[in-house]
Design a protein around this ligand. Structure first.
Ligand code: PLP
Length: 394
């Protein structure tokens, strides 16, 4: 059943599910099976050949995974989705489904470090090259695309700088060059931003983050056209094998039921934290797309419905002062990852973006003192008080 007539809160709960046909169970069943029996040898042959409905082997597809896929596709307004073992499995599967030896990618330089490594270190071994540009200015994308460019790869807001890419303009440039537009929408989630509506072709997620929302499962997702997803599902995903465990798919589905609720609260809490940091005398600078001081605030207002839960900043006194802040906090948790119920804080240059060479980090605006904050769902006054006290004690 199509759920497009429903709003995002409704779809987050209902899309892709119905009470279990056999048992009537209202909650989504977890199908922890690696194989599925064929009623007859003939039906087995037909299912194996893709000529009959049915499941064969969980690396090829599994009912719990497929429920997650329908839910993600509905929230993003996409034709289809593919659930994967991690965000990096989603990103690598989607890219490898498109490129061949000799192909070229243009990517934003404000990008998750795993994606940077994949594009900068791994794919060149297979003859696929990437030009990284400051994609906050679309002219840089236009200048970098050429005849062999197959993908314009955006991430908006970008990790960790919260630089934005104009998705509609980027997609127009990509289309003109005969390339596909990929957008990593992990920070925004479909609640705050729907890249397909803005002209993108493929949307990528680390479902580990806001989709899961409770810090207890790793997963990823790709959203795109039926044809794109089918090709990725029956090609790279099957052959490379980055499939999600049905149990993790179930945990993420469980989390997604409250995604719109949680994201609204993340948005509100992050804005309060952003305002505190903006005014705090111990802070050198702060970046949050929802603050008027963000250099691309106008673009954020145009292409986002909310500004997300991620904030980054630098403490006066740089790396050492930032380290003192992180040692002073009590409520916030000092760790990597993001999108959790809990507020998480980390130093990007030495952790999440350690694998990015210092020169590339600097080019992308990742200063040595940058502190990344994933604002959680606690009472905003408590998060603000924790940060305020920790900053004042520096
Ligand atoms: C924006 C973004 N994309 C992709 C990933 C990779 O996701 P995963 O860790 O689930 O593989 C991350 C992880 O932090 C991320 O922040």
């Amino acid at each position: 059943m199509s759920h497009s007539k429903y709003g995002l809160f409704t779809q987050a709960i209902h899309a892709g599910t119905a009470p279990d046909r056999e048992t009537g169970a209202v909650a989504v069943p977890i199908h922890m099976a690696n194989t599925f029996a064929f009623p007859t040898s003939q039906s087995g042959v037909a299912t194996f050949a893709g000529e009959a409905e049915g499941h064969v082997y969980t690396r090829w597809g599994n009912p719990t995974q497929e429920t997650l896929e329908r839910r993600v596709a509905a929230l993003d307004g996409g034709e289809a989705a593919l659930a994967t073992a991690s965000g990096m499995a989603a990103i690598s599967t989607a890219i490898m489904s498109v490129v061949e030896q000799g192909d070229h990618i243009v990517a934003t330089d404000a990008i998750y470090s795993g994606t940077f490594s994949l594009l900068n270190k791994e794919l060149p071994h297979y003859g696929v090259t990437t030009t990284f540009v400051d994609a906050s200015d679309p002219q840089n994308i236009a200048d970098a695309v050429h005849d062999d460019t197959r993908i314009v790869y955006l991430e908006s807001p970008g990790n960790p700088t919260l630089a934005l890419n104009d998705i509609a303009v980027g997609a127009e440039i990509a289309r003109g060059a005969g390339a596909l537009t990929f957008v990593d929408n992990t920070f925004a989630t479909p609640i705050n931003q729907r890249p397909l509506d803005l002209g993108a072709d493929v949307v990528l997620y680390s479902a580990t983050k806001y989709f899961c929302g409770h810090g207890d499962a790793i997963g990823g997702a790709i959203v795109g056209s039926e044809a794109f997803i089918e090709n990725a599902r029956t090609g790279i995903l099957r052959d490379v094998g980055g499939i999600i465990s049905p149990f993790n798919a179930w945990l993420i589905l469980r989390g997604m039921q409250t995604l719109p609720l949680r994201v609204e609260r993340h948005n509100a809490n992050a804005l309060q934290v952003g305002r505190l940091l903006e005014e705090h005398e111990a802070i050198e600078w702060v970046a949050y797309p929802g603050l008027e001081s963000h250099p691309q605030h106008e673009l954020a207002r145009r292409q986002m419905r909310g500004y997300g839960g991620m904030v980054c900043f630098e403490v006066k006194g740089g790396v050492e002062a930032g380290a003192r802040l992180m040692n002073n906090i009590e409520l916030c948790t000092l760790t990597v990852s993001l999108g959790d119920t809990k507020t998480l804080i980390c130093h990007s240059a030495s952790t999440t973006h350690r694998s990015v060479p210092a020169e590339a980090r600097r080019a992308a605006g990742i200063t040595d003192g940058l502190v990344r904050l994933s604002v959680g769902l606690e009472d905003p006054e408590d998060i603000v008080a924790d940060l305020d006290e920790a900053l004042t004690a520096i």
